[in-house]
Design a protein around this ligand. Structure first.
Ligand code: HEM
Length: 156
């Protein structure tokens, strides 16, 4: 049993499931349902509440992904890893930057616009969040494929 590898990798997997699974649920189940059932204003308010509750979990997942990934990479593997790990880090870096952008630009604008009752600005901010989250979802799924299947396919 090698706990210094197994434990961080288990935490790594939990963090990626929380972040990517959450985006998948929001994109494919929650958003179309809100669109079909609610008028624009309550829809945007529900979306804001969902983001306010989900985003702190995403910060936690990001911290856990980097800490556990860097631990395995630097301490367990001694800084030497196959291409799939470097690809994973690169994609994770882009995803982390995109998420930071979401939080500090359109999400903050959505909060302010709804507080001021400015529905068109709120709707435009929501559209930005949706697009950027869809982009991150694609990158996240690609990262999982590369990380899990890459070594047996072409990343060796
Ligand atoms: C969204 C971000 C990330 C996702 C979805 C992700 C996903 C994964 C997955 C699915 C594995 C398991 C591969 C296997 O089955 O062996 C893995 C392993 C690993 N990840 Fe990540 N990861 C992410 C970010 C990172 C980051 C930021 C780092 C480093 C700083 C990192 C370093 C590693 C390392 C070193 C392994 C072990 C690789 C091996 O055993 O060959 N990951 N990751």
């Amino acid at each position: 049993m090698n706990l210094s590898f197994a434990l961080p990798l288990a935490l790594h997997q939990i963090a990626s499931v929380v972040w990517i699974g959450g985006m998948f649920f929001a994109h494919f189940a929650l958003r179309p349902t809100l669109q079909a059932v609610l008028e624009p204003e309550p829809r945007l308010r529900v979306a804001l509440g969902v983001f306010q509750r989900f985003f702190p979990w995403v910060w936690g997942a990001i911290a856990l992904l980097w800490l556990s990934g860097l631990w395995v990479f630097l301490v367990v593997m001694g800084g030497k890893a196959d291409t799939h790990v470097h690809a994973m880090m690169g994609l994770a870096l882009i995803m982390t930057l995109v998420f930071t952008l979401i939080v500090f630009l359109p999400f903050r604008r959505l909060e302010r616009a709804l507080a001021a009752g400015e529905l068109p600005t709120a709707a435009a901010s929501f559209a930005w969040i949706r697009g950027l989250m869809g982009f991150n979802l694609l990158l996240g799924l690609a990262t999982v494929v590369i990380a899990a299947a890459g070594p047996s396919l072409w990343f060796r």
